[in-house]
Ligand binder design. Sequence first.
Ligand SMILES: *Cc1c(COP(=O)(O)O)cnc(C)c1O
Length: 376
Amino acid sequence: MERDGWEGGRLLINLAAIAENYARLCARVGSAECGAAVKANAYGLGLKNVGQTLYEAGCRTFFVAHLAEGAALRPLIGQDSRIFVLHGPPPGTANACLTHHLVPVLNSLQQVQEWQTLAHAQGRPLAAALQVDSGMSRFGLTEAEVDYLATQPQALAGIQVALVMSHLGCADTPDHPLNHQQLATFITLKNRLPAAPASLAASSGIFLGPDWHFDLVRPGAALYGIAPTAGQPNPLRATIRLQARVIQTRQVPAGACVGYGAAFTAQHQTPIALLGIGYGDGFPRRLGQRGFVICPDWPDIKLPIIGRISMDSLAVDLTPLLAAGAPPPPTGAVFDLIGPHMPLDEVAHLADTIGYELLTDLGTRYHRLHYDPRKG
Ligand SMILES: *Cc1c(COP(=O)(O)O)cnc(C)c1O
């Protein structure tokens, strides 16, 4: 793999691993269809490459949050695919869904009415998903609104219900009572609506078991390698590797401090390396004094991040590496900040966040390299 032509940080995105995760999730859900959530630029990994990889892997149902995300995805994948817009169209924009061949998720009576108005104007039924709120109080129709739609014969006229869906609030915690409550509520609500394919589970919900699968599942995080169940081994493959180069090494004398705020003071002479990556790249500032980096040739040795993380750089203590007998890393040497020996979820945990936030924060400043070992 080429090692030249980039400075600062580099984000390697393994498209074959994403395709394999898609296949693993398909196998896990058996006869249910496996869709893919590609909102937020495919969780920061690149809508085009990721969308096309999933389409090639057989995915035909995609979920984005915004209409504009759907419009961006539409020309990138085959026309035999469906793109659901999770937030539904903002007021007055329903028409754009037709223009871009997107299916809105209708979350409120207002959205239902706007879609109906458009259907009447078009003189034909229009496909949409209906989202019901099964207990996390985020998007979706309330029980009372579902009852209204169920009892007013004209309330859904003109709408072809392509999907009835809801979303789980605690699926990464299998023992949480809300999982069964939401399942029961979802079944009750969907049975009051016109018969249609149903979808409840995202990544974590898939691993709650077949009762949660219904006709279609909507994983995002698991496709990108985030562990679906808290505290359990991750059944998915890692898909990214974040690397940074050594800009400079130096010996910090005993008593000298390192970085902003003098947050680290060397107790004894300390060899350090400055890496060209910082919070301006989306690497969490929270990892100052708490995170680690890995020298790929010495994968078992964790090098502590010392001092505060700067906008464009961070400092690591090389002592453990040199103590193990490694040669001092030269300028330009490449270290892993996220990778096979420093998993995404572990880095996120050290930064007091979740893999989702860490992934979507990884900025566009990195040199991004999508690669596919299947294609050489
Ligand atoms: C983001 C999202 C998903 C995907 O969730 P993951 O936890 O990343 O699998 C599925 N459905 C809805 C409604 C979402 O908002």
